[in-house]
Design a protein around this ligand. Structure first.
Ligand code: ZN
Length: 195
């Protein structure tokens, strides 16, 4: 099982933990951005990270691991792989903005379900996934994420395991010190800066 520092070092090694000036999907600005795809594109690294989440939940008799698409899909896949041969990995995707199970994916009423995600700030997608799973079963055993950026996510009493826990400050655009310094604003997904 990786320590937080070992996990963060994998992100840094693969340029998945970026320093600069970023516009987040929430519209807030931040000096740091976690681009999990940059590390998860290396399957050996992905498995090291995801099996560390699985290790925390290994005694919970999990039947199904679910993530909101896209960011969590690979996390769900490798966490389920590490949990054992009869554990399913599924994902929820948006139809008209609402998270839904498609492609024949099912959750049985008796399933023990683990929810996973790559990076969370406030956890909006994870909260929507909780609501979706609860329409099928009450047996949510926990929430596992690769990284929590420090957005005061409320796990509502569920067993919550962030492999990496950071406290990254986000800024309103009006009061962003990086804007004031004239640092060019990056919109992740369009281009990336090097370390
Ligand atoms: Zn800014």
């Amino acid at each position: 099982m990786l320590t937080q520092n070992e996990a963060l070092n994998l992100y840094k090694k693969r340029n998945a933990y970026l320093k600069g000036h970023f516009k987040l999907s929430s519209g807030l600005h931040s000096e740091y951005y976690m681009q999990s795809a940059m590390v998860l594109q290396y399957p050996h690294d992905a498995y090291k990270l995801c099996s560390s989440i699985a290790e925390h939940f290994k005694d919970k008799k999990i039947d199904t691991v679910i993530a909101p698409a896209m960011g969590g899909v690979l996390v769900s896949y490798d966490v389920a792989r590490a949990l054992g041969e009869n554990v399913k990995s599924i994902f929820a995707e948006r139809v008209d903005g609402k998270l839904t199970l498609r492609r024949g994916f099912r959750i049985e009423k008796t399933d023990n379900v683990l929810i996973v995600e790559d990076v969370i700030t406030t956890g909006k997608s994870v909260n929507e996934t909780i609501d979706l799973v609860r329409t099928y079963t009450d047996n949510i055993v926990g929430i596992g994420v690769l990284a929590d950026r420090g957005g005061n996510f409320d796990s509502k009493g569920l067993d919550y395991f962030p492999l990496i826990k950071l406290d990254i400050v986000n800024y309103e655009p009006d009061s962003c010190p990086l804007c004031k310094q004239g640092v060019p604003l990056e919109k992740p997904g369009s281009r990336f800066i090097k370390k």
